[in-house]
Structure formats: structure tokens, C-alpha cells
Design a protein around this ligand. Structure first.
Ligand code: DGL
Length: 269
């Protein structure tokens, strides 16, 4: 049995790590589409095709349930996949909804009408494709009223992280936070709307200031996965734990080992 976790690259490891901590007995098959990362600068059609190909590979590896640990794929492709592509005996879930439920103080599946919430000014940091999709604002509008969202497309950050250039990634984070603050000087919450960004969480927090509450997805997604599996134990597949990449396995293994501070060995997808 195994659950699939997909990302364009290494960002989904932040979700994997939290999911492993939350569900220590459960094996995961992780797939990084490193050959095609970053997704954030691609068109929605392109992201849809790449995500379907990657999820097909995870189905082949014995996963019946796949988590898109990638906001860009969740924002640009998930709805279309669920409506027209996912086979009836499989499930594909995204990372957006658990985050928005946390931000709007809702329990899972609370479908009551939108209402006023504590946060009023929210800064969203995400890839250009996620920002362009407006998926975050759409999901938020189903649940909350009176929330002002300012989105900052953080070009370059994913590439820098994938290249292991953390000095560049940090400089880019600072400049994106400054750009956001010019549009919204005092956000009360910030969303790290890309699974790569928790790898830079302390840089975001330092640039934003301690008073800004920073939401990141990993633990929220892990909790919601545990909850989902409680209700759908039949969705555990037959696969075995492994790490797959469409890129160079040695290079991807080195970076993953650096980020998770434990040895991770990828193999060719
Ligand atoms: N981790 C992906 C996300 O959450 C990165 C997207 C990309 O490849 O640009 O959006």
C-alpha cells in the first residue's frame, strides 16, 4: 500500500516530510517532475498535460490516491483533471483547500455560507501560474467575506531552490516581500502558496516581520490526508515506498538529501 505525492520538483518534499511525521506507518511514492520544473511559468494546458502524465506514472506505481503537493498543478489543472480525467477508482487531491480552511477557521467539509473571519489583509506568495489562475481567491470567496488578498508572483524562487542557490533564493524572497509591501504595507497573514517556499520560511518571516502570521501547507495537508484516509481506508494502493524523478536521479538525490537532512535516493521515473 502507498499514497502518491507529486510535485514539479523538490517542494513537495515539505509535504512528504509532514505526512511521514503524521502517518509514520504509511509508505509514500514521491514523484518529482524535475525535467519539466518549474511549472510556474508554463501555460495551464501545459501544466495539465504534464500533471496528468506524472499522476499516470504514480497510478502505475500502485497508488490509488495521489496528492498534488504542488499549488501550481492544484490551481491550474486539478479541477479539470477531476472533472474529465481521473478514473473512477482513483483520487487526486490538491493542497489548496486545507490551507484555506485553516485561514478561515473551518473544519473539514464545513460548507456553510461565507462569513467574516479574523484575518482581513492577506498576502499570497505563489508562482506566476498560481497567481494568474486566481484559484486561491476563488476558494477563499466560497468561505469568507471581507478579506483583502494581495498576490505576489514570486518569479525565480523555485528555479533558485531547484538549483540549490539559496543565496539567490533568499535575495529574491526579500525583493518579492518588498514588492508585496508596496501594495499592502501591513498584511496580518501571509500564505506561502507554493510548496517550495517552506524551504525559505525563515527568510519570508524575517522579511515580513514577526507580527505577520505565516501559513504554510505541509502540516495542514498532512492532517487533512490523515482525516481523508480515516474516512476512505480503501484508497490505499499497492505500491512500495520510493522516490522517482524525471530528471537526473543523482542531482535530485543530492538536493533532496540537503533539504531534508537525511539521505534520500531517487531513481528514474
Ligand atoms: N512546488 C510547486 C508549487 O507549489 C512549484 C511550482 C513550480 O514548479 O513552479 O507551486
Amino acid at each position: 500500500m502507498a499514497v502518491g505525492i507529486f510535485d514539479s520538483g523538490l517542494g513537495g518534499l515539505t509535504v512528504l516530510q509532514a505526512a511521514e511525521a503524521r502517518l509514520p506507518e504509511l509508505p509514500f511514492v514521491y514523484l518529482a517532475d524535475s525535467a519539466h520544473a518549474p511549472y510556474g511559468v508554463r501555460t495551464a494546458d501545459d501544466i495539465f498535460d504534464l500533471t496528468c502524465a506524472a499522476v499516470t506514472r504514480l497510478f502505475e506505481a500502485g497508488c490509488n490516491l495521489v496528492i498534488l503537493a504542488c499549488n501550481t498543478a492544484s490551481a491550474a489543472a486539478l479541477r479539470r483533471m477531476q472533472e474529465s480525467w481521473v478514473p473512477s477508482d482513483k483520487r487526486v487531491l490538491g493542497v489548496f483547500v486545507p490551507l484555506i480552511e485553516a485561514l478561515t477557521e473551518r473544519q473539514w467539509g464545513d460548507n456553510s455560507p461565507p462569513r467574516e473571519v479574523n484575518v482581513k489583509h492577506v498576502a499570497l506568495f505563489a508562482t506566476p501560474a498560481t497567481v494568474a489562475s486566481r484559484a486561491f481567491q476563488r476558494e477563499l470567496a466560497f468561505r469568507a467575506i471581507g478579506v483583502d488578498v494581495e498576490a505576489q508572483a514570486c518569479g525565480g524562487v523555485v528555479d533558485a531552490i531547484e538549483d540549490g542557490d539559496m543565496i539567490l533564493a533568499e535575495a529574491l524572497v526579500r525583493s518579492h516581500v518588498e514588492a508585496l509591501q508596496r501594495k499592502m504595507p501591513e498584511p496580518d497573514a501571509a500564505i506561502l502558496g507554493c510548496t517550495h517556499y517552506p524551504l525559505m520560511q525563515s527568510s519570508f518571516q524575517a522579511a515580513l516581520g514577526e507580527e505577520v502570521r505565516v501559513f504554510s501547507q505541509a502540516a495542514l495537508v498532512a492532517d487533512s490526508l490523515a482525516d481523508y484516509l480515516d474516512r476512505h481506508p480503501d484508497m490505499l494502493g499497492t505500491g512500495e515506498r520510493c522516490f522517482l524523478t524525471t530528471g537526473d536521479p543523482r542531482r535530485v538525490s543530492d538536493r533532496a538529501t540537503q533539504f531534508l537532512r537525511r539521505q534520500i535516493v531517487f531513481q528514474s521515473a
